[in-house]
Design a protein around this ligand. Structure first.
Ligand code: BG6
Length: 285
């Protein structure tokens, strides 16, 4: 049992472990598969995703960096930052699949690789580590300001999770949290568990873990994080998915995004030499 470098549909690292599977693409350092042996896929991927240079991948875990959405002021392009559209450098692989079913894949990105970025003209080094294990998927994004000026930083690990039926799931851990509702433009306070009954696009102020309860697949996922002021919950529902060319019309029923983010008013500022570390860990309970 050993990892492989695969090219189809994009270059990346893959491993098969019994009936399970791990996968990450070099483009965007994009984790797209975590399926422990004996379990159903945990990450959701759209059957309609583009797999092409410069196009975002729909599903898995897009890394939104160095901004979330269109940034704090809403005017930065491309949406969710440029890092997901670039090929990252595959800098390390630690393969202990035979011993303990673990695979660690490290990628790096910096300003020399991403070139002139008018909306973010800073010097940086980013390092992303995906740790695939039979028990959990761990993801760490470290960003260092290698220049002399202060650097504004937001972004997200934009995790798409596979669910049996999004209308039946609940997300606990956000009771009492304030959120900005991107659908209505209002700020609200969560009461009880989050359930999905229509288009949902919310930026919660929350640093804690959440639990996704999926009665249809009969499983719970614990989603823990650190270095993140916001949890984003997103489901496009009927009209948004029908309007998106890289989203199957009915695919919204089988997914929910639970993202570890720093966004909007919770944008960070990195001093020269400072590093910020954003982590998310998904555990099958
Ligand atoms: O289609 P994209 O750019 O991948 O973004 C998907 C969604 O990502 C979510 O994180 C945002 O809150 C939504 O507003 C957005 O629609």
């Amino acid at each position: 049992m050993e990892h492989e470098i695969t090219e189809n549909p994009l270059r990346g690292v893959e491993a098969t472990i019994g009936s399970g599977h791990y996968g990450v693409f070099d483009q965007g350092a994009h984790v797209w598969s975590w399926q422990p042996d004996g379990a159903a896929p945990v990450l959701w991927m759209s059957a309609k995703s583009w797999f092409a240079d410069g196009q975002p991948i729909r599903g898995g875990v897009p890394i939104c960096f160095p901004w979330f959405g269109n940034g704090r002021a809403g005017d930065q392009e491309p949406g969710h930052g440029f890092a997901r559209l670039h090929t990252w450098h595959l800098s390390d692989i630690k393969d202990t699949l035979d011993r303990d079913g673990r695979l660690l894949v490290e990628y790096t990105l910096d300003n020399a690789m991403t070139g002139q970025q008018p909306d973010w003209p800073y010097r940086y080094e980013a390092r992303f580590v995906a740790k695939f294990t039979p028990e959990y998927l761990g993801m760490t994004l470290e960003v260092t300001n290698t220049g002399q000026s202060h650097v504004p930083l937001d972004g997200a690990l934009h995790t798409y999770l596979a669910v049996g039926d999004v209308r039946k799931v609940s997300v606990s851990g956000l009771d009492g949290a304030e959120y900005y509702d991107k659908v209505t433009g209002q700020t609200e306070t969560q009461s009880g568990d989050v359930t999905i009954t229509g288009e949902t696009d919310r930026v919660y102020r929350s640093t804690g873990e959440v639990v996704l309860d999926d009665p249809v697949l009969g499983r719970k996922l614990v989603i823990a994080k650190s270095g993140s002021a916001n949890t984003v919950i997103w489901n496009p529902w009927v009209d948004k998915s029908a309007a998106a060319p890289d989203f199957g019309d009915d695919e919204w029923q089988g997914m929910i995004c639970i993202e570890a983010a720093n966004a909007l008013a919770d944008q960070l500022t990195l001093r020269p030499g400072e590093t910020h570390t954003l982590k998310q860990r998904i555990t099958l309970a």
